[in-house]
Design a binder for this molecule. Structure first.
Ligand code: XMP
Length: 517
């Protein structure tokens, strides 16, 4: 993030650990900017250019002795800044200084450790505390002239924490970033604030100023930016930040692709106007539905929708030659999940990430690229977005096309819309709307025989999906009270005659994804 020079930064080098994201989030919760870099990209040159205040080496699934084990060089200890290795990172530092890592008994879950040497990293910790462990290998030995053991597991005696003698580099075998390590947040605070002395200036006002300043530097005067808004918190916030940065240089457009939720187009237009955004309104629903006719595959639907959007943007840009930029509401998890930051396999092609065709000929600007959703929501409210809108559930760009399994038909659209509205209404009535991440109803081509009146009727199966999540990357199915589920189910079958069965999706992500396709 080139424009974040004024923010102290903590760099998290990712070795593929399942909790790496949490490390960055916890650091940001301390009001310190934190960024994740994949180990393969973390060259000495890059890290020196980024000038972080501290480096954290994440956990990871490998053994450091495995062939092709992910590594960074021991230059990381020579940067003159504090380093913290967590789990795999802890073992990596140990091996860099000539320590011995071996296959051990394995410690998984809640584990008691004893602090054997006091150090500022354990400020606020009692001499015995519970931590969360998840490792097979362990640090069996450390060279005495290089490191001092700070803590050991009570049961196994394994080294749970150590510090290098001549520099502020630490290793912890446990995971301070997970809630199951009750004092973990305190340890990270001790490291980031106490030891690395990072400034706590990653606060709302300065983040907004930094983004706006960055946009002004990026977009030359006289060049306009096209920003498509959907009413979602990401695109609305993107537009508001751009308005602050370039004023009349911003052209907003709201495209109705006919795949929106019930009553959404009108409500979104009203909300955007109240924020002074006055978008160009394009009703392209006929075009989109026509292009989707007969298409059953979800990735194909995404491709068609993305391409149609791009064509609409192209037409607008051709009608105003000063439009040189396209703004996108990409957030940090989109970047990570699309595999750009981690090299991970692509799961679904979120069309707002690098999915734009070259022929569009517009440069891309993504002001939210480094922000988590909760940060975007707080910025939205600070910029005047009504709370109800800022805390609306995320809704995919391709809309109901990815909530309808199989072909998108008028009938299935009507069912998905009405049923989803019922789900949202009943959750709101039960006071549960804000506590879940997403809640909706999906429909496919499966049929179920029902009895309506005293007649047999064959109808659609509707699946209700309600999940809890921090950022959509992983999710738990929500344990909604049965009476609320019952109300939802009975309203759906009563109010939508074509539906004969309602099911509730009780698979978390992973292994499922949140959307049905
Ligand atoms: P999945 O279904 O991949 O969803 O677990 C994770 C989050 O991403 C949203 N999602 C999308 N958003 N375009 C978007 O803008 C898409 O094609 C898309 N597919 C999924 C989904 O709603 C959830 O919040």
């Amino acid at each position: 993030m080139s424009s974040s020079r004024s923010f102290d930064r903590v760099l998290v080098i990712n070795f593929g650990g399942q909790y790496t994201h949490l490390i960055a989030r916890r650091v940001r919760e301390l009001s310190v900017y934190s960024e994740i870099v994949n180990y393969a990209e973390a060259s000495q040159q890059l890290v020196e250019e980024l000038r972080p205040r501290a480096v954290i080496l994440s956990g990871g699934p490998s053994s450091i002795y495995a062939e092709n084990a992910p590594k960074v060089g021991s230059w990381v200890l020579e940067l003159g800044i504090p380093v913290l290795g967590i789990c795999y990172g802890h073992q990596l530092i140990a091996s860099m200084i000539g320590g011995r890592v071996e296959r051990g008994l394995g410690e998984y879950g809640k584990t008691e450790i004893e602090i054997v040497e006091r150090d500022p990293i354990f400020n606020g910790w009692n001499s015995r505390e519970f931590v969360w462990m998840s490792h097979g290998d362990y640090v069996a030995e450390l060279p005495k002239d290089r490191a001092v053991v700070l803590a050991r597991s009570v049961e196994t005696g394994y080294i749970a924490a150590f510090k290098l003698i001549d520099r502020p580099a630490y290793g912890v075998q446990f995971h301070p970033e997970v809630v199951h390590t009750p004092k973990g947040k305190r340890l990270l605070e001790n490291f980031v604030i106490g030891i690395a002395k990072a400034q706590q200036n990653w606060v709302l006002g300065s983040v907004i100023d930094m983004i706006v300043e960055g946009l002004r530097k990026t977009i030359p005067p006289g060049e306009k930016v096209l920003c498509a808004v959907s009413g979602g918190v990401d695109s609305t916030t993107t537009a508001l930040l751009l308005k602050k940065a370039v004023g009349n240089g911003l052209v907003t457009v709201f495209v109705n692709h006919g795949l929106l939720r019930e009553g959404e187009a009108e409500a979104v237009l009203d909300m955007l106007k109240s924020l002074g955004l006055n978008p160009i309104y394009i009703d392209a629903s006929g075009k989109f539905l026509e292009a989707l006719r007969g298409v059953r595959d979800c990735e194909e639907k995404r491709r068609i929708i993305g391409e149609l959007f791009a064509k609409i943007f192209k037409d607008i840009a051709e009608s105003d030659k000063s439009i040189k930029w396209l703004a996108q509401g990409t957030t940090y998890p989109d970047v990570i999940e699309s595999g750009f930051a981690t090299g991970a396999d692509r799961i679904k092609s979120h069309h707002n990430v690098a999915g734009l065709p070259q022929w569009l000929g517009l440069k891309v600007v993504e002001p939210l690229k480094y922000l988590y959703k909760d940060e975007v929501r707080r910025i939205a409210v600070a910029l005047g977005v009504p709370e109800d809108w800022a805390y609306r559930h995320p809704f995919p760009g391709p809309g109901l096309a990815v909530r309808i399994i199989g072909e998108v038909t008028e009938e299935k659209l009507r069912i998905a819309r009405r049923a989803s509205r019922i789900v949202e209404e009943e959750l709101a009535k039960a006071g549960l709307y804000r506590s879940v991440w997403q809640a909706f109803a999906t429909v496919g081509d499966d049929k179920w025989v029902g009895v309506k009146g005293d007649k047999r009727a064959v109808g659609y199966v509707v699946t209700v999906r309600i999940v809890e999540s921090e950022d959509g990357m992983t999710a738990d199915w929500s344990k909604i009270p049965h009476d609320v589920l019952e109300k939802i189910a009975s309203r759906i079958t009563r109010e939508i005659p074509e539906v004969t069965l309602v099911t509730y999706a009780i698979t978390s992500k992973p292994p499922s994804t949140i959307e049905p396709c």
